[in-house]
Design a binder for this molecule. Structure first.
Ligand code: ATP
Ligand code: MG
Ligand code: MG
Ligand code: MG
Length: 563
């Protein structure tokens, strides 16, 4: 069907909605793509639904191409599996909880590791049933603290989530690699500018994890970006050195005198761990300076790498005590970009919190640094993070001055390992006839968020400006005049449609050409075809929405060009 604006439910607005802060929020509302139903809850109107569907289609095609099988799990979920995994508690206020008529507890799914694990436990019993990758494109619910940015951060939003199940680590690594490649193809097809950065897995648990970030001023993530090479990293991951959480008795700092570059053995002995250990949660000072150890993105410190980094020096382990006694140490290492979570992990330690008056920023949740209460505002992680990168610091790959930019998290992939398989005792019968514990990955794409991210990256001063694959139509035909123009517009639209071109035609009566042109630019279909002044001669105008280039052509030339 040709989409006729005279018959569509479409109302464009001249003014930005009062509460809108981001470009995508303003334009998606003004161009009639979405309508706010409640805070962070959105109605997708006809044009918006088309764009959302286009993103879903690309995601679906690329997931199918790596052999993932589409399923649909419920969004309304019983509490028990989330108790088993511990997330009924962990998620805190983020979870929408509800009761049925009998008083039993339910939740609206924020993500689905638990239920997928149970599904596979039920369906797969032998190693022959694996590997398996399952996915769904489904509405998720998170009671976000401040859903301010339109569909960028909804309390109800559309996510593609997939889960891989393997019997061994190699299988998981392969599933992860396939997802990473599929995501690359998806974001390229969508026309998004993106970077892949290593990430901290947070509430998901597990080890290896990377985020796909779409650079945009409206983004809520901060990342480090090299203007000269492909180096990019999440500020948390690249820039952190990690310290052990203070022991209950707050043991004093120990000093280690090493005559030479410390060997792995010296360090291991000092730390009281085997020389083969890979350590997490370690912060070391060399000659009084905090040394960032491990490679960027690593959350774990390899003792071998640590030894390589150290020059002959006094090595001392640092504990939270250092920051208590010397707030200048905190000030020295926490840059202005730590407004997001990082600095707050320290502050969760009440002894450190006393020294925080100098921080005035707010974190992602908009909470301020003062009066931080452990357990209420933050849970104390097993580690403390310190940001050490400032804009202009050398890129670890090529030495060029780094930038610190804003971005939107559009995708996230995790190697979960056996966290959920352990919680739910997910085993299959192995080759040798013994049960084998399954290892998992989980992989998300914010489908509705991707629509907003695209709007952010592609819009210009006149309105939305969609990449071809995602646009709600290929050609926007404008009837700029009276009956004759409308007749020609509909004729051209019909022919384009017959040739397989997706057409939107503005055949509204009683709307001036000026208003129609403005609306066409606001709506953002890639090509605008105008049946106007020279319609009588069978001449139309083609306009490229992005470049603004125009050209007059005969109808036949235009049809040949566009079909
Ligand atoms: P954020 O850091 O933005 O809160 P997240 O890390 O909590 O996102 P994940 O749990 O990794 O999100 O979920 C997978 C993907 O779902 C994210 O990469 C993002 O694209 C999308 N997403 C998460 N929360 C929202 C939301 N509130 N609204 C829209 N999309 C979201
Ligand atoms: Mg979140
Ligand atoms: Mg995140
Ligand atoms: Mg994430």
């Amino acid at each position: 069907m040709v989409q006729r604006m005279s018959r569509m439910m479409l109302k464009t607005l001249r003014d930005d909605p009062a509460d809108a802060e981001t470009t995508s929020h303003k334009l998606l509302v003004r161009a009639g793509y979405v309508r706010r139903a409640s805070a962070g809850i959105w109605t997708w109107l006809p044009l918006g639904k088309k764009v959302l569907e286009n993103v879903s289609r690309v995601v679906r095609e690329e997931m199918d191409a790596i052999g993932a099988q589409e399923v649909l799990l419920p969004a309304l979920l019983p509490k028990e599996p989330y108790e088993t995994s511990g997330r009924w508690e962990e998620y805190g206020e983020l979870l929408f909880r509800l009761k049925d008529r009998k008083g039993a507890d339910y939740l609206l799914g924020p993500t689905h590791e638990e239920i997928f694990t149970l599904t596979v436990k039920d369906q797969c019993t032998s190693y022959k049933d694996l590997p398996v990758v399952l996915y769904q494109i489904q509405t998720k619910y998170r009671d976000e603290a401040r859903p301010r940015s339109g569909v960028l951060r909804g309390r109800e939003f559309l996510m593609k989530d997939s889960y891989s199940f393997d019997t061994d680590d190699e299988g998981l690594a392969e599933a992860y690699r396939l997802h990473r490649e599929a995501y690359t193809r998806i974001f390229e097809r969508l026309g998004l500018d993106y970077r892949i950065v290593s990430a901290v897995s947070g509430a998901m648990g597990g080890s290896a994890s990377e985020e796909f970030l779409a650079p945009a001023a409206a983004g809520e993530d901060t990342f480090v970006d090299c203007p000269a090479c492909d180096y990019a990293a999440n500020t948390e991951a690249v820039t952190t050195v990690v310290a052990p959480a203070p022991a209950a008795d707050h043991a004093p700092v120990e000093e280690l005198d090493t005559p030479d570059t410390p060997t792995i053995e010296t360090l291991a002995a000092h730390l009281g761990v085997p020389a083969s250990a890979t350590l997490k949660n370690l912060l070391v000072k060399v000659d009084g300076e905090i040394t960032a150890v491990g490679v960027p993105g690593d959350r774990e410190v390899d003792l071998g790498k640590l030894a390589e980094h150290l020059s002959p020096a006094v090595v001392e382990l640092v504990t939270a005590e250092d920051f208590v006694d010397r707030p200048e140490l905190v000030r020295g290492y926490v840059g202005p970009q730590t407004l997001a979570g990082t600095a707050f992990r320290y502050l969760a330690d009440p002894r450190v919190a006393e020294n925080t008056a100098w921080i005035t920023g707010a974190n992602k949740e908009g909470k301020h640094a003062r009066n931080v209460v452990v357990g209420r505002d933050f849970t104390v992680d097993q580690y403390l993070d310190v940001v050490v990168v400032e804009p202009g610091d050398p890129c670890p790959k090529c030495g060029t001055g780094l930038r610190i930019d804003r971005a939107i998290e559009i995708g996230h992939i995790f190697q979960l390992g056996r966290k959920y398989a352990d919680a739910f005792e997910l085993d299959v019968l192995g080759r040798e006839g013994k049960p084998v514990r399954v290892t998992m990955g989980s992989y998300g794409i914010g489908v509705s968020r991707a629509v907003a991210a695209l709007a952010e990256q592609t819009a210009d001063g006149k309105g939305l400006c969609w990449p071809a694959e995602i646009a709600p139509a290929d050609v926007h035909v404008v009837a700029a005049g009276k009956a004759a123009q409308t007749e020609l517009a509909l004729e051209v639209a019909g022919k384009l449609h017959a040739a397989g071109v997706r057409v939107l035609v503005d055949d509204r009566a009683g709307v001036s050409p000026g208003v129609k042109f403005t609306d066409a630019e606001l709506i953002g279909v890639p090509t605008i075809l105008v049946a106007g002044r020279r319609s009588g001669e069978g001449v139309v105008e083609l306009k490229d929405r992005r470049t603004g280039e125009r050209e007059e052509l005969t109808v036949d030339e235009a049809l040949a060009r566009l079909s």
